[in-house]
Write a protein that binds this ligand. Sequence first.
Ligand SMILES: Nc1nc2c(ncn2[C@@H]2O[C@H](COP(=O)(O)OP(=O)(O)OP(=O)(O)O)[C@@H](O)[C@H]2O)c(=O)[nH]1
Ligand SMILES: [Mg+2]
Length: 231
Amino acid sequence: MSEISVIIPIYNEEGILLNNVSRVKDALENLGMDYEIILAEDGSTDESPFIVKRLVSEKMRIMSSGKKLGRGATLNRAIRSAKGNIVIYMDADLATDLKHTKDLIKEIRKGADICTGSRFLPGSKVGGRKALREFLSRGYNMMLRTMFDTSVKDHQCGFKAFRRAAVLPLLEEMENNHWFWDSELLIRARLKGLTITEIPVEWKDRKESGVRLRTDILEMGAAALFLRFRI
Ligand SMILES: Nc1nc2c(ncn2[C@@H]2O[C@H](COP(=O)(O)OP(=O)(O)OP(=O)(O)O)[C@@H](O)[C@H]2O)c(=O)[nH]1
Ligand SMILES: [Mg+2]
């Protein structure tokens, strides 16, 4: 039984995979804990599926599917199959500085059920983010706090830790398979009275951001409204 499972969701990341996965491995080795890494790749149309196959090792395994599942659905699946009591997920672009991995673990050990990296706390450092995206993201988070009383500053940071036993029951209820999954999980966790904490992080966006701002924000706004009337 590993202590920690680290999930990296992967879709068309051939350019950064080898380098970033080995950085994650080194960071976990330095933590000196018993860990496993789960490379959750699905639907990629580039070399990613072949690269992850080459990365399999004693502490690294893959969960892949030829069909694109969406980040949310792939995290649902990977958390269920994780061996660690503490499960961490981090985006493959390592936008959040890896040095915060130990802070996430500390929060769960201190009693949190979910701890998320946050770009909107005093002490957070954000680089390379376009002003419009920053503005829309702040607005989106304020909207969720108002609609669902989550008091979470940053719902969507791709750097989170979970007490696996605490979030497993929530996974049964989850409806969104893609970007909104993070917000939905925090909203449902709040409703169930789980303990959610946030840590300020250093976050740097990748140069060629693939975010389709308008569609993604509209999609997530609609998902929030839809959820509001369902729970
Ligand atoms: N398995 C899987 N991973 C996905 C899917 N879509 C995105 N991802 C991964 O989810 C993570 C976040 O995606 P990003 O493209 O970084 O999204 P973002 O941070 O909002 O946008 P960027 O500004 O482009 O970084 C990355 O590790 C992607 O490879 C998917 O359908 N399946
Ligand atoms: Mg990213």
